[in-house]
Unconditional design. Structure first.
Length: 345
């Protein structure tokens, strides 16, 4: 294992060889090989708050999945697409799947639904990125690892390397991880990748590592597509992100957002942007939570709406008009019928 003095990264480690894993240049083909296209599903899994959504956004190159410090921010299977073409028409298309953090506590209907989403996402993929915090491996991490199938390659992504104060501690930690997770069937991890999702060089290096695990097959999406999620879904998720970021730990994670109206009006004049009219309801479980979301003289919900509008206008390249309401639905997170009605499978 080697360290680049000009980077925050430590090179990936292939357990079977015990040496640095160097990725080949993206899209490099031998002169007589012709144009080769690779495409495959890559699941991003891990316990809550290890940086899965930040990693997805960095891999895609644009914000697809919302982020906040609150656990369980991601509640849906989010697909992000990155296509790396080569001049000869070949290249690779990565279909990344961000999943909710697997919950071992709060066994209500909402979390049973979220855990089901995680298990469904990893059942039929070509590669799994198992994300942990560099230098840490908690019982919750081990629980997630135990759920992963043994027939799919797993890369251990030791994320948040930038927060590790003693970088020299990472090498022995990786060696211990390799020893602790080796079984009769061989090494549990195909490679170890210490990195930071905030480091662009680390992201490009991870893309190169992932490419060799993708099967040779046609691309599934157009080259310029970034996600399979709709703008309506993006609007709901953006409201929820601003809600969590502006309420901090005050508001329970069970709060959710429902889109009541999502209408598009075409430009009236040449050069104008389209107009999106959105109405959304923030659903909370108690009257006290409703007051918390609204804030003093309505200032907090006004700020949630303003920050949501500004971000959606940037992401959608449109003029956005948004209305927000708050309703109390006590016990909704433990009511399977209502969980489904709010869009959770």
């Amino acid at each position: 294992m080697t360290t680049d003095p000009n980077s925050n990264a430590i090179d990936s480690v292939a357990p079977s060889a015990g040496t640095t894993g160097a990725a080949a240049p993206k899209g490099l083909q031998s002169p007589d090989a012709g144009a080769v296209r690779r495409c495959g599903l890559v699941a991003i899994v891990g316990k809550p708050n290890v940086g899965k959504s930040t990693l997805l956004n960095a891999l895609v190159g644009q914000k697809i999945s919302i982020t906040s410090r609150k656990a369980q921010t991601t509640r849906h299977r989010i697909t992000g697409i990155r296509t790396v073409p080569t001049p000869d028409g070949g290249g690779a298309q990565f279909v990344f799947v961000d999943t909710p953090g697997f919950q071992t506590r709060h066994a209500n209907a909402l979390n049973r639904s979220l855990n089901k989403t995680v298990l469904g996402a990893v059942a039929d993929v070509d590669l799994i990125l198992f994300v942990v915090e560099a230098g840490r491996f908690a019982p919750a991490d081990a629980k997630v690892l135990s759920l992963l199938g043994k027939n799919i390659p797993v890369l251990l992504i030791a994320n948040k390397l930038d927060t590790v104060h003693r970088r020299a501690d990472i090498a022995p930690w990786l060696a211990q991880m390799q020893a602790d997770n080796a079984g009769e069937g061989g090494e549990r991890f195909a490679e170890f990748v210490p990195m930071s999702a905030k480091n662009a060089k680390d992201i490009e290096r991870l893309i190169g590592i992932c490419e060799k695990y993708l099967p040779e097959q046609p691309w599934w999406y157009d080259e310029d597509e970034l996600t399979d999620r709709s703008e309506k879904f993006l609007a709901s998720e953006t409201v929820r992100e601003k809600l969590f970021r502006l309420t901090g730990d005050e508001l329970p994670y069970t709060s959710t957002v429902v889109i009541d109206k999502f209408e598009e009006e075409p430009p009236q004049k040449k050069g104008q942007k389209r107009l999106m009219r959105i109405a959304a309801t923030i659903v909370v479980e108690r009257d006290g939570h409703k007051a918390m979301v609204i804030g003093d003289k309505g200032e907090r919900i006004k700020r949630i709406g303003t920050e949501t509008r500004q971000e959606l206008e940037r992401l959608m390249d449109a003029k956005v008009f948004i209305e927000l309401w708050v309703k109390v639905r006590s016990g909704w997170a433990d009511d399977e019928a209502r969980v489904k009605s709010f869009g959770y499978e």
